[in-house]
Design a protein around this ligand. Structure first.
Ligand code: ZN
Length: 325
């Protein structure tokens, strides 16, 4: 067996080796990665390898199956690997930082990969550039009553875990002070109509508020916590009432929250047949879904949320834009 064949075999074994983390992309978690950075010592998926190619000073990629690997490269991969490098490059990922998954868009993955390897923001090493200290950024924020976007100053106080925003550029009094732990931010390119659109959701005075923002260049403050488990369109049936802002707060089963997979007798959707009922201690919410597939997905997501006993209040964000009235 020649070098080429032998080394490829060793690499393929390395991908399967237990306790290495090599079976999943080091950056997005996609299963069975078949590319690798032989400069960083990680196995990655095809998509993430495309991002790595953009900074050759930091990373160099090869296909496990198609490219030639020499002995020293294989040695290097053996000694490093995904778990070891995760310990190094992800030593200090802030708790509110959103780590993308395989299904996320490339923009999100690229931000993560660049922060991790190129700017090395999460090394344990103190001298690394990091999120310590304050960050100031100007974002375009959608006005409350119209679709106009206004330039607003946002300041992230990393140590205090606060995000503030100001309506006046030099203003001293923030319009809002948001605790990072009460905040959820997700990329919303379609809703906001901008490739770097972001929806920031937070709780204030017992109510849920949304900020819709975007950044010109996409260098958004990486304050993303988690994506919504499921997002889509459902139609709410029943009387028009105190269904404030189209949102339903979800607790856990133990608190008397439940979801069942059909509609109460006598209730049917205007347009859609498939539906579900969310039961909260106060009342029932009836939703219809465009298809049975959607219905199943919603049921799954909702049951997941409701069955986690210590979860914070999750938000079923059936926002006004989804046409729920
Ligand atoms: Zn990946």
């Amino acid at each position: 067996m020649g070098d080429r064949e032998r080394n490829k075999k060793r690499l393929l074994e390395l991908l399967q080796a237990t306790g290495t983390g090599n079976g999943y992309c080091a950056d997005c978690g996609a299963a069975d990665p078949d590319w690798a950075s032989y400069k960083l010592g990680v196995f990655i998926c095809l998509h993430c390898s495309g991002v790595h190619r953009n900074f050759p000073d930091v990373s160099k990629v090869k296909s496990v199956r198609l490219d030639f690997w020499d002995d020293s490269m294989v040695e290097f991969m053996t000694h490093n690997g995904n778990l070891n490098m995760k310990a190094k490059f992800e030593a200090r990922v802030p708790p509110f930082y959103y780590v993308p998954q395989a299904s996320d868009c490339l923009v999100l993955k690229e931000q993560w990969i660049r922060a991790k390897y190129e700017r090395q923001e999460f090394l344990a090493d103190e001298k690394a550039v990091s999120l310590q200290g304050d960050r100031e950024v100007f974002l375009w924020k959608r006005g409350r009553d119209n679709a106009q976007f206004l330039r607003r100053r946002f300041v992230l106080l990393a140590r205090e875990g606060l995000l503030k925003y100001y309506t006046k550029e030099e203003g001293k009094t923030p319009k809002a002070v948001i605790n990072i732990k009460d905040l959820n931010a997700t990329f919303q390119t379609e809703k906001i109509g901008h490739p770097h659109g972001l929806q920031i959701t937070y709780r204030k005075d017992g109510r849920t508020r949304n900020l819709f923002v975007y950044h010109d260049s996409g260098k958004l403050v990486p304050l993303i916590t988690r994506n919504y488990l499921k997002q889509g369109f459902m139609e709410k049936t029943g009387p028009k009432d105190a269904f404030e802002q189209g949102q339903v707060l979800l607790g856990s089963n133990e608190q008397g929250y439940e979801v069942c997979e059909d509609l109460p007798k006598g209730v049917r959707g205007n347009r859609w047949k498939a539906g579900l009922t969310v039961i909260t201690p106060e009342r029932k919410f009836v939703f219809t879904c465009p298809s049975e597939k959607e219905q199943r997905e919603w049921l799954e997501s909702l049951r997941d949320v409701l069955s986690s006993p210590l979860s914070p209040l999750y938000l079923l964000n059936a926002s006004a834009e989804s046409g729920l009235r």
